[in-house]
Write a protein that binds this ligand. Sequence first.
Ligand code: ACO
Length: 210
Amino acid sequence: MKKLAIIGSGDLGQLIAYHAAADKHYQVVGFFDDFRVPSHLAGDYPVLGGVEAIASQFQAGQFDELMIGIGYKHLAVRRTLFQRFAGQVPLGRVVHSSASVDASCRLGTGVFVLPGCVLDRNVVLADNVLLNTACVIAHDSQVGAHTFLSPRVAVAGFVQIGEGCNIGINTTLIDNITLADGIQTGGGTVVIKSLAQPGLYVGNPARFIR
Ligand SMILES: CC(=O)SCCNC(=O)CCNC(=O)[C@H](O)C(C)(C)COP(=O)(O)OP(=O)(O)OC[C@H]1O[C@@H](n2cnc3c(N)ncnc32)[C@H](O)[C@@H]1OP(=O)(O)O
């Protein structure tokens, strides 16, 4: 079994560690975190060092693949870390075994798909995408790199979601619409037309608030 290390030892990092091990994807060896002292125990696994230690610990065989446990509050950091290590260290992927992912789907590296998600035919998840619990993405829809979907987001067919988006819990996106890069939606937002301006949208129908 491959050995996994995770950047970030907070809640999301520990959630990745939990599912990666419990669902038997990886042997988890620990975290890299600039805000914890090495050997600090975060949940069940130790902090191995700061981000600067990643390359040397990979060369030393400490781990085989890396995931990024930085969530919706710091999506720019999530992107920066992915870009820093892509091509230097193999990025991992965890798709929970309870998720239904059609064989025609294409998933990038660094992707984390939580329990109960459903991805129908021809769905594409670009690199470093995170789908939280029970998201449903209908056929022929695409999610851009570094984008985070909160639990129970519902995406209809032929939808394009841009890069670095933060889609709030229970957001609904109707079919044949496009969301630009950097869109954020509040919980329960209902998006019924394409959104071109980056920023935060809430309500039904979605309205731009800032
Ligand atoms: C596993 C996990 O937990 S993953 C994380 C899941 N979490 C989420 O999805 C969080 C979603 N967050 C929200 O919905 C938040 O309310 C946000 C981000 C939209 C806004 O938060 P804040 O910046 O604190 O804004 P604030 O609460 O001041 O609201 C601003 C305005 O938008 C309205 N508003 C805020 N959220 C919503 C919403 N979800 N739907 C409708 N209106 C909303 C407020 O009523 C307020 O309106 P007003 O100016 O007329 O009074």
